[in-house]
Design a protein around this ligand. Structure first.
Ligand SMILES: CC(C)(COP(=O)(O)OP(=O)(O)OC[C@H]1O[C@@H](n2cnc3c(N)ncnc32)[C@H](O)[C@@H]1OP(=O)(O)O)[C@@H](O)C(=O)NCCC(=O)NCCS
Length: 332
């Protein structure tokens, strides 16, 4: 796949408020032991009253621009992957564009469940390799806590809020993105969703817009899909799974991650996991994980990385990157 574009900056934002499993024990019939053993999650972050998807995206985006040494006014495009936008209309990307002063940037959101960030990233690379744009901010930001039914123990234990961002720039050299794969199966749309204002299944929800999920079905889909999508994208890139240095899967449930890694034959030291502290960050999950992998020194120049996610839609997305961090030191 001939393509240009390099990730030159990365950043994240996690709200301050920590919601622990012990606190959840007081809210629903659950236990720290159950949550930790069934999901791997110990705590998650929750937005403050004055925080939203766009305010978190702005913070993560500013940090990514700093790392890239790029002025907001140089951005051509902002793409926000999210499932919990500030407003139904317009997308949160417009609020981000104004707040960071990206005066000449176009802006739009992508809503593809927890695969949204990888969809957004793949889209950014297309705009760059076509020659249309040179500097793009890609954000995954979600405040799913706003859509949680805090009486539903099947969902309220899983999700947390946060944002991650990367800057993708045209650098006139081969891309760090070797291959991507996006997929959908709308036949599974009823397995995980938030009803809309006039939802075809539920009509206007009388008790608010809450996450509705068939956990067991999503679990089965997740394990199979993360493994199959990873296998396929690596094959399409002309590589083998054994070539991969770091596997960054969507952080939904540690049992899903470990089962997918086992099926792929990826050893645990090559698997990135941070869900213990954040839970499922939805669209922000792969973005924050990538950012933390860099911050923790888990990625070095030339490393091959799989980013893979699944989610509502049903959706899935996978990407192989050859990490080239030195590019971030180049002057634009
Ligand atoms: C939701 C999930 C953690 C539930 O785990 P599970 O092992 O599948 O559990 P089950 O749904 O089979 O339920 C097992 C039992 O635990 C109970 N249970 C469910 N949630 C519980 C909770 N928070 N605390 C205690 N018990 C709970 C169930 O009621 C059930 O009890 P029963 O056997 O008496 O009927 C798991 O299915 C999952 O992670 N699914 C994928 C969800 C996901 O990733 N969503 C986001 C996609 S982007």
């Amino acid at each position: 796949m001939a393509a240009y574009g390099l990730i030159t900056g990365w950043g994240k934002y996690l709200p301050r408020r920590v919601l622990t499993n012990e606190e959840l024990e007081k809210m629903v019939d659950t236990s720290d032991e159950w949550i930790a053993s069934r999901t791997g999650i110990r705590e998650r972050r929750i937005v403050a009253d004055d925080e939203t998807v766009s305010t978190m995206a702005v913070e993560a985006g500013k940090r990514a621009l700093e790392v890239a040494h790029l002025a907001p006014s140089s951005l051509d495009l902002i793409i926000v992957g999210t499932n919990s936008p500030d407003r139904l209309v317009p997308g949160s990307a417009f609020l981000v564009q104004h707040a960071i002063g990206a005066t000449k940037a176009a802006a739009f959101d992508i809503a593809a469940g927890c695969s949204s960030f990888i969809h957004a990233l793949a889209t950014a690379y297309q705009f760059i390799s076509s020659g249309a744009y040179e500097n793009i901010l890609v954000v995954g930001s979600d405040a799913v806590s706003r859509y949680i039914n805090w009486e539903d123990r099947g969902t309220c234990i899983l999700f947390g809020d946060g944002a991650g961002a990367v800057v993708v720039q045209a650098k006139g050299v081969a891309s760090d993105m070797l291959q991507f794969l996006l997929g959908s199966d709308g036949g599974g749309a009823d397995l995980l969703y938030v009803p809309g204002v006039c939802d075809r299944t539920t009509g206007t929800p009388p008790n608010g817009h809450h996450v509705i999920m068939e956990g067991r079905e999503v679990f089965k889909f997740a394990v199979t899909t993360m493994a199959e999508a990873s296998r396929q994208v690596v094959k399409d890139a002309g590589l083998q799974i054994s070539d991969i240095d770091l596997f960054i899967p969507h952080q939904a449930n540690d049992r899903i991650i470990q089962a997918a890694a086992r099926s792929l034959g990826i050893p645990s030291e090559k698997v990135f996991v941070n869900l213990e502290h954040y839970g499922n960050l939805s669209a922000a999950s792969p973005a924050v994980a990538l950012c933390e992998a860099v911050e923790q020194g888990r990625l070095k120049a030339g490393d091959l990385v799989i980013l893979v996610a699944f989610g509502a839609g049903l959706s899935w997305a996978a990407m192989v990157l050859r990490w080239q961090p030195l590019a971030s030191k180049e002057k634009v």
